[in-house]
Design a protein around this ligand. Structure first.
Ligand SMILES: Cc1ncc(COP(=O)(O)O)c(C=O)c1O
Length: 307
């Protein structure tokens, strides 16, 4: 067994390549201590970064959010000695992954099990690559479905914490109901966000989304979609709307690192807005795809709206 601290085989060309506490190795060879606080207590935070054309998309934004999350859990010192802005591109290059994701996790480390912070513990810092294709144009044009669930998560959903049990249960409930994504609904029927995505609704040409407060994760994709709206002259209203109000929406869509802009065509088994992706959603999906292509040096993809 290696602990990741002293072995650095070259994982060149291994799609699932791992960076673990300073070493680079194939993911299958990674080992974490049984008393890692991330494993036992969920005492950690994470990020998922998209890889497109072998490049890490919006890496700076993800690293800034990671540092912010670490600060919120009083673990800001964890990245000392880990220059992630250099480590992650190296990891992606070693892996050979062109399209996929990097999962990045930082925990308070391995220490005898107790709740308060241990003294003098080395945080666990890991990242690994995985190939994955972004949603195909046909999948975007077909749209997706969501299943509303009561939001029973904690009061700091703005921290990208590894405590994901409520999301696990919500997303399984969605799957059991035949839907693709959970939709977290708070008190008063307020639509907050998806199980692992942010949500937007279009009402009379204006795009509404829940404000970036402690009830949602302020997604990196959300932020870029809001910027794109501004560039396209589409007004954004960062105000909550309800599940009941959603019935009158002209369009509804999800955004996340994994799904980009994904139209929602049914909520709780009922078709929404004619059960077809709408023009504002598809224009934003086009704009996001074009922006991503530009950032990673690829030609602009064909339009979904006009293609
Ligand atoms: C609860 C939640 N909201 C929103 C998002 C979307 O965030 P991002 O666009 O940074 O992927 C995620 C991503 O995992 C999430 O877990």
């Amino acid at each position: 067994m290696n602990t990741g601290g002293n072995v650095s085989p070259d994982p060149h060309g291994v799609p699932e390549s791992l960076y673990l506490n300073g070493a680079y190795l194939p993911l299958v060879d990674g080992r974490i201590g049984v008393e890692d606080r991330g494993f036992q207590l969920g005492d950690g935070v994470y990020e998922v970064v998209k890889v497109v054309n072998g490049r890490l998309l919006w890496l700076e934004d993800h690293l800034q959010r990671l540092v912010w999350s670490l600060g919120q859990i009083r673990l800001q010192h964890a990245l000392r000695g880990h220059a992630l802005d250099r480590v992650l591109p190296r990891l992606v290059a070693l892996s050979g992954v062109q399209q996929g994701t990097v999962y990045l996790q930082v925990t308070r480390g391995v220490a005898p099990r107790d709740f308060p912070f241990p003294d003098e513990v080395e945080p666990t810092v890991l990242a690994y690559t995985r190939p994955a294709e972004p949603p195909a144009p046909e999948a975007v044009l077909a749209g997706t479905t969501v299943h509303p669930v009561e939001d029973v998560r904690w009061a700091r959903c703005d921290i990208k914490s590894t405590n994901l049990l409520a999301a696990v249960l919500a997303k399984q409930a969605a799957r059991d109901a035949g839907a693709d994504e959970a939709l977290f609904v708070g008190p008063g029927g307020v639509v907050r966000e998806g199980g692992s995505s942010n949500v937007f609704a279009v009402f009379a040409g204006r795009v509404w989304t829940h404000p970036a407060d402690t009830h949602i994760l302020n997604g990196i994709t959300r932020r870029h979609v809001i910027d794109l709206c501004a560039r396209m002259g589409v007004e954004v209203v960062e105000r909550a709307f309800t599940l009941e109000g959603l019935e009158a929406a002209d369009e509804f869509f999800l955004v996340s690192t994994a799904r980009d802009v994904m139209p929602v065509v049914a909520v709780g088994g009922r078709p929404l807005a004619g059960g077809r992706p709408g023009p504002v959603t598809l224009a934003l999906a086009d704009a996001l795809r074009a922006e991503v292509a530009r950032l990673v040096g690829l030609p602009a993809p064909p339009s979904l709206l006009h293609g």
